[in-house]
Design a protein around this ligand. Sequence first.
Ligand code: PLP
Length: 399
Amino acid sequence: MTAQATDLLSEALQPELEARREAHLYRSRRTLQGPQTPVTQVDGRELLTFCSNDYLGLANHPKVIERFQQAASQYGVGSGASHLVNGHSAQHHALEEELAAFTGRDRAILFSTGFMANLGTIQALVGKGDAVFQDRLNHASLLDGGLHSGARFKRYQHNDAEHLNRLLSMTDSERKLVVTDGVFSMDGDCAPMQPLIDTCQQHSAWLMVDDAHGFGCLGDKGQGIGASFSQNEVPILMGTLGKAIGTSGAFIAGCDALIETLIQFARPYIYTTAIPPAVAAATRTSLQLVQQEPERREHLNKLIAQFRSGAQQVGLALMDSPTAIQPILIGDDAETLSWSRELENAGLLVTAIRPPTVPKGSARLRVTLSASHTADQVDRLLATLATIAQQRGLPEVTL
Ligand SMILES: *Cc1c(COP(=O)(O)O)cnc(C)c1O
């Protein structure tokens, strides 16, 4: 009897799965039974969570939900087609115009996800004969976009404009694209914007900033770190809508030629279904709340300060982060998992982040704070961390 196809497939796949489990790197999913709120039902149990990217508490905002429901009645659920066929609705179009106005750019274009925006943009802008330069801690979607573009791929040391400058000096490629996270997703620190802008201008390189974690949170109006600089300083701006904005999707903003180039050549834009028009409509409401309710950002900033001073008193190793992403460095993968489990035993959910998402030896608890947390909830997290530190001892991090 010949072996069954599924047996052959399983046999081929099992060793890698086993190896990952043994290395304490196995990932598994949790099932949420409720909305994205600080206290929510996870796998049948009520937990206080510190791992959401819903930084402003808009994912479950009554006005955003109401607008979503109304728009679904009016536009239906599915968009039915890609933007270039007949899936580009009036809601998408209005949202693009409002995103352009909010970020101070000529135009904006919506993508279905941030991952696709990054892949599509980098591949549409550079190819064979060009060069792309990326911070070594950039998000996976940026790295993949660069690696698959066909352009020469160079990584510079994290937040090191001087190193970038040396790499740019050594290149004779025609197009030079420099790509950075605005806020680094696993560390929470910000890109050194002015040195990067100056270096790019000096070498006639194009600067692209991925503001997935800054958009909505940073800047005087919540416009983000990238849009705190002009279109001439940051000509290619990317933002996501699934994090602080609380909905789903992403956008690129910049000059007319950039947006037209993406419409013509960005394959993950052209060959995919547009996000539901009701999501675009709800996002417009969300964008108004970002601008009308600065108290959300103020409260978030208070919680960040409260968490940092409390964690320092416990003696935990924090990173140089002024943002809602406040990782606690543990170092060892198994020890990080143990901390995460102890937190969960106490009713708190904080994700353990391990390689390959972060460099070896720098496993961490990725604490994220949201404007929907209360000061008491942050105190509860700090008290639990203090208890675990007493029982297990402070982690010895050697980077
Ligand atoms: C989350 C994230 C993305 C991807 O955005 P999605 O809309 O979730 O696909 C891209 N870049 C960075 C830095 C991110 O953190």
